[in-house]
Design a protein around this ligand. Sequence first.
Ligand code: LLP
Length: 385
Amino acid sequence: MFKNDELLNLFSSQETPFYYYDLKLLKQTLQSAKKAADKRGFHVHYALKANFNDRLLSVIQAMGFGADCVSGNEVQKSIDTGFSADQITFAGVGKSDKEIVTALKHRIFAFNVESIQELEVINELAGQHGERANISLRINPNVDANTHHYITTGLDENKFGVPNSELEKAAAVIKGCEHIDLIGLHFHVGSQITDMSVFKSLCVKVNEWKSWFEDRGTYIKVINVGGGLGVDYRDPDGNPVADFEAYFDVFDKFLERNAQQEVHFELGRALVAQCGTLVSRVLYTKSGSKKNFLILDAGMTELMRPALYQAYHKIEKIGGDGSEKELNYDVVGPICESSDSFGKEVLLPVSKRGDLIAIRTAGAYGEVMASNYNLRNEIRYLYSE
Ligand code: LLP
C-alpha cells in the first residue's frame, strides 16, 4: 500500500510527523463490523478511548454505532458528535461526581458500575438531580486474556469490576436504591485478543453469572461483553479488516439468552487501528560499531505504544520499488528517553535523511495517548477518502 506513488506524492509535500487516516478503509471496517453485528441483532458501542479524532468520530456516528465512554468529557463529546444518548455507556473505576452528573443529565443508556460505593454515589446524585440511572454491574470474570499484562483487565488481581465476593451485597444494595435500575451485567477481559477461545471462556462465565442473578430473581436485560478484539499488527495489508464474523459468531453460539435479552459490545481497536498510520521523516542516520540508527522526527510523544508496552508496529519506508539494498536499523525518535524507540533491528531499504517512514496500525491508542513532553508540536493530520 505504501509503495503507491500517489501516496508518496501526497505525503512528500507535508510537514512531518502526522497521522494519516484512510477513511475508506475505516468505512470498510465499520461496514464489515456492522453487517456481522446486525445479522445477529447485536449492539456495538464504539470505545472512544481508542481514538476520539473528530473526523473519525463523525464517520463512526453516521454508521449508527453507539458510544462507550470512560470520562465525562467523552460522554459530552459523544453527544456533541451526534451519538444518541440512549446508545451511550459510561464505564471506569473512578467516575467523579461531576462526570456522573454530566452523564445523568444526558440520560445515557447505562453506567457500567465498578464498586458498591459507586452504586451508592450514583443513586444519591440521581436523587439530588431528580434523575434515574440505568446501571450494568461490571463483574470480573477471572478469564485470562493471554495478552500483554498491561492490557489484561479481567483477572481477580486487576482493579476492575465489583469483586465476586461482593456481588451478593451489591445485589442487595441495588434493591435498596430508589434512583437506579439494574438493567444488565458488564464484562471486559482485556484488549488485543486474537485467540477466539478467550471469548468462548468469557461466554461460559457470563452464562454462569447471568444464571446466578436470575436464580436470585433479578432479570438481566443487557449482557455487555466489552471489547478486546485484536488486529494484525504484523500484516496490516494482508489483514486490514478484523474477522468480525468469527468474533460475533463465538458470542452468538455460546452466550445463553432469550429473544428479549440484548447483547452489547464495546469495540475500540478493531474498528480504528488499521486505518491510521504515523508518517515521519528520517532526520538523521547514524552507524555505530554494532548498530545502524534511523532517527525519526516522530517519537514516543506521537505514538507511545512501543515505549510503554514494547508493542510491535510494522515500520516501512514509503516509496521505492522494493529492489533497494536492505539494512537492519534501530528506528528511534528524538525524545530524551532511551525507551523512545519504535523497533530494533528492523530490516529496511537503505535510508537517508529526508526519507519518509510509515509506522503502521497506529489508528487505535496512538493519537489519543500522545503528549507534548519535551514541548513537542501539536499532532498534525492528513486524511484520504
Ligand atoms: N471496554 C472496556 C471496559 C475497556 O477497558 C476497553 C479498553 C474497551 C472496552 C475497548 O477495548 P478494545 O476493543 O479497544 O480492545 N492503550 C492500550 C489499550 C488499553 C485498552 C483499555 N481498555 C494499548 O495501546 O494497547
